[in-house]
Structure formats: C-alpha cells, structure tokens
Design a protein around this ligand. Structure first.
Ligand SMILES: Nc1ncnc2c1ncn2[C@@H]1O[C@H](COP(=O)(O)OP(=O)(O)OP(=O)(O)O)[C@@H](O)[C@H]1O
Ligand SMILES: [Mg+2]
Length: 501
C-alpha cells in the first residue's frame, strides 16, 4: 500500500512540476541550455554563403538561402526577427535581423544559420554573409541533400509569392568602389497587365505566344548553341503604352526589371559591370534608346552599346533574360546605322501607334466600364476622318470625367475634332493622315516607314483609318502569297505577314 502511495505522490509531483515548467519559459530555457552544451561537446564546422561571389556578381545561392531561412517556422520563435509588410495588403513577411541566428533541423541533424552583416568602412556598403554551423559528425551525411533541399524549398516559396522588383542603376561610385552592388531596387507596383493595355487583339495574342514560347524554349536555344535571350523593340509616339507594356511583360513572365539609365553610365566597362550584376529571369530595359544614340553622348560608345545589345556579355550571364528597348521613332536610327536594329540584335519590333476605334473601346472599357454607348458611332466616324490622339491623352480625358461616362465621351469627341483640325491639317500621302506611301506602292503607318526586308515588325494598325487598313491588308495579302514560308519556333516571326516586301 505504502509503495503505491509513494508512486502516486511522485507521479503527482512530476505532473505538477511539468505543468509549472510549461507555464514558464523554463522548459524552453532548459532545451536551449541542452543545445548549448551539446554544441560545445561536438566539433562544429562553419560554412559561409556570401552575397557577392569573387566576380562581384550576385551569388544566387545567397538569395536562395535568404528565401529559405525567412520561410522557416523557427524564425517566428527567434528573438529580434523583423516584421516587414508583404505584397498582399496587411501581409507581413518575417525577415532575419542583422547578426540574428536561427536553428534548423534536417534529417535529424540540428544546424544553425547566422545573418552576418559587416559595414565596410571605406565604402559604407554592407558585406552580407550567411554563416552555416553544422556538426562535423552530421556534415558528410546531410550537407549535399540539405543544399538541394534549400534550392527546392526556396524555389517553391519564390514561385508562390514572387514579389517582382524594379532595379535601377545608381549613380556611379568612384572607380575603386564600383564593383559594389550598382543596383537599387523597389517593389514593382505598376498596375498595368497585358489585358489592360489597349492593343490590337491579334498582336496581343502574337506577343503573348512569343513570350510563352520563349519561356519554354531553354533546350531549343541551348541546342542551337544560342544564349537563351530575346530582344524586343517597342517603338511609337509618346504616350502609346511602351513603358506600361514593359511592366505588363514583366508581370506576365514573373520577371524582375533592370532599367538602365544610360545617362548614369560612365563608360563601356561600367555598362558591362551593370550587366554582370543582373540576375536570370529578368527584363533588361533601356528606354528612349533613340534619344541616347542621337545625343552623341561621350560616355557609352556605339560599339559598347551594340555589344551590350548583342548580349556578348550575356553569353556569360545572359540566360533567361529579355532585353527591351523603347524608342519614339526608328527613322533617325535607321539613318545613323541600320545594323543597330538588325535581327539577333533586336528580334521583335512592336509598333505602338496612336489610338484607333478599337483601342478607344478598350480604354472606354478600362476607364469607364463601358462596352457600348450611344456616342460610340460618332466616335467611330471621327476616327474614320483620320483624327486620333495618344492613348495617354485619351485615358486622361476619360479618367478626369470617369464620374459621368457621357461627359467623358463628349470630351473625347471634342478633343478628336480639335486634333482632326490641328494635327492633320496637312494630310500626308495617300490622303490618309499618319500614313506613308512608299515608291513601290506599299502604304505603312507613319513611323514604321523604315520596315526593311529583314525587320520582323508587328504593326499595330492603330493609326490607320479603316479603308487604309484594307489597302494595307490587300497589299500584305499579295506580299504574303509571294514570300510566305514555313516558320520554325526560333524564327517564328521572320516569315510573318508583317514582313514588308
Ligand atoms: N495602349 C495603352 N493602353 C492602356 N493605357 C495606355 C496605353 N498607352 C498609354 N496608356 C496610359 O498612358 C500613360 C502613359 O503610358 P506610357 O508611359 O506607357 O507611354 P509611353 O509610350 O511609354 O510614353 P513615352 O514614349 O512618353 O515614354 C499610362 O498611364 C498608361 O496607363
Ligand atoms: Mg515611356
């Protein structure tokens, strides 16, 4: 009897002590002390994952480790974790603080990571490194598979909540500091998507399928021995959606954007350093290329620019990248040196014209929620006189009157009428404004007059009025019969109907 009584008392004591310990941090503290003692008993090995590799390029594995560690549940139990607002409204992302240490377990082995941040006195830049500590007795058994696990887990996290970034090149640091990261980034928050861009529906379909086939053609490019990159030229008058379309492309592909401001690049080697520091799955963007080339700038030479456009350097870091250039007009560039826009340097040309009735309807739907309205026929009639305006101007008129769709449409009609009087007082060739008639009878939209034999031009028939579009299509029909040929995936637009002769 006495024995059972004793047993009962001991059991009661054990349960109440355990209960007491659970209610306090004691059990947590005891565990930590236990780990501390165990770590001292076993020989540990430290491995470093620096942010930049020996060529001062981003160490991809650093980014993977950062994504992986910030997704660990142990980061929630760790002191000093940063709470950062995430992409979703009221979303919170947990981020490691400087010099914060967290534990992880893998295949029964316990490892620890420390987020080392050292301030470089001379440049005031930060040198970031993750320090991994693993017991010697576990290292051989787990290291390789642990690294694979980190890659898989971080890819999974990245694809689930990829927050696109817009990188901009910072003003140049003094030569000796130039190798430090030259890009500053912000979250890409441009609202445009390919759906919201007013664009000829066939053209939009072609561009989307071109982007889709690019995403799936890694093996194809590597089998061809070509760098897996593709370059686009978006050109057209101001306010026609070129910059918005770049943001839409990035979101469609889930790629970051690296926008290079050439005025901040001091010379060709600086341009190369910038390129070396871009990462895969990104759009490298140079806006207003025509303005830069015609500005006779002394910083980046034309050769340096052409090498950059050819992706010569991309061969070492060009995989899975798109290069996008914008211009308001190709004509001046064609006069300076037509090889600047040759295929291989620019694979696809996309012309962004001024509004036509179809793009007007897209904008009316986007800005006013109108699919139809009694004033639409009047708008269509004015477009047929050749009057037009840029989508930027048109969306501005609609947005400033979005409270009253009728008033908004009336302001568009008035503006078109005024434009019709002012903008097209001299009706250029073929009696249709904004069109150009060539010696061989080909009529093309104003700015795409430089369509050359080899250019693969998606011409948006935005600025043509309907009859002229029919003329062009008739002409293209003739052209297509003469020059149509089977097209393969990599040159899918070389035999396209947009070829001019
Ligand atoms: N095709 C379009 N579809 C929808 N919105 C457009 C279109 N074109 C322009 N806009 C609107 O007009 C504004 C200016 O567009 P954007 O900056 O893309 O023009 P852009 O062609 O880059 O002009 P610029 O040549 O002056 O740089 C944006 O707010 C955009 O929403
Ligand atoms: Mg722009």
């Amino acid at each position: 009897m006495g024995f059972f009584l004793l047993l009962f008392v001991i059991l009661g004591l054990f349960v109440s002590v355990r209960l007491f310990l659970y209610r306090t941090t004691l059990i947590y503290r005891l565990k930590k002390w236990g780990h501390w003692i165990e770590d001292r008993i076993h020989e540990q090995q430290s491995l470093k994952v620096p942010e930049l590799d020996e060529n001062n390029q981003e160490n991809m594995f650093y980014r993977k480790v950062s994504t992986y560690l910030n997704s660990l549940s142990t980061i929630e139990d760790s002191d000093n974790t940063n709470l950062i607002s995430g992409k979703k409204p009221n979303g919170i992302v947990l981020c490691l603080d400087d010099d914060q240490m967290i534990q992880d377990t893998f295949l029964g082995a316990r490892v620890s990571w420390t987020n080392r941040v050292e301030k470089m006195r001379e440049t005031n830049a930060c040198k970031k490194t993750f320090l991994l500590k693993v017991k010697m007795k576990d290292k051989r058994r787990i290291l390789q598979s642990y690294i694979q696990h980190i890659y898989r887990a971080s890819d999974d996290v990245e694809s689930r909540c990829k927050e696109l970034k817009l990188y901009m090149n910072t003003a140049t640091l003094p030569e000796e500091h130039r190798s430090r990261g030259r890009w500053s980034s912000v979250r890409l928050s441009h609202p445009a998507t390919i759906e919201t861009i007013a664009m000829d529906s066939d053209l939009k379909k072609k561009v989307k399928s071109d982007l889709d086939s690019f995403l799936k053609s890694k093996q194809y490019y590597h089998r061809l021995g070509r760098v897996w990159k593709r370059s686009y030229l978006l050109y057209g008058p101001s306010g026609t959606g070129k910059s918005s379309f770049i943001a839409a492309m990035a979101k469609f592909l889930s790629y970051d954007i690296y926008e290079i401001d050439l005025s901040k690049v001091v010379d060709d080697s600086d341009l190369k350093t910038l390129l070396l520091q871009t990462t895969r799955k990104s759009l490298i963007v140079v806006e207003d290329l025509d303005r830069f080339i015609t500005s006779n700038s002394t910083t980046v030479s034309l050769t340096g620019l052409l090498n950059f456009m050819d992706g010569v350097l991309n061969s070492c870091c060009g995989d899975e990248k798109l290069m996008v250039f914008t211009m308001n007009s190709k004509e001046k560039i064609e006069k300076i040196d037509s090889s600047i826009l040759r295929p291989g340097r620019i694979d696809v040309h996309i012309y962004f014209p001024l509004c036509n009735f179809n793009s007007f309807k897209t904008l009316a739907n986007n800005c006013l929620g109108l699919k139809d309205h009694k004033l639409f026929p009047q708008v269509e009639e004015i477009f047929q006189t050749g009057s037009t305006m840029s989508p930027a101007e048109m969306s501005e008129l609609m947005i400033s009157n979005h409270g009253s769709p009728g008033r908004a449409l009336k302001s568009v009609i008035t503006a078109l009428q005024i434009n019709g009087d002012v903008r097209f007082s001299s009706t250029p060739v073929s009696g249709k404004p904004g069109m150009r008639l060539h010696h061989n009878g080909v009529v093309t939209p104003e700015d795409s007059s430089s369509m050359t034999e080899t250019s693969n031009v998606f011409v948006m028939n935005g600025s043509c009025s309907v009859p002229v579009v029919k003329e062009i299509q008739k002409l293209y029909g003739l052209i297509r019969m003469k020059s149509s040929k089977k097209i393969g995936p990599s040159d899918q637009f070389s035999g396209s109907m947009e070829r001019s002769r």
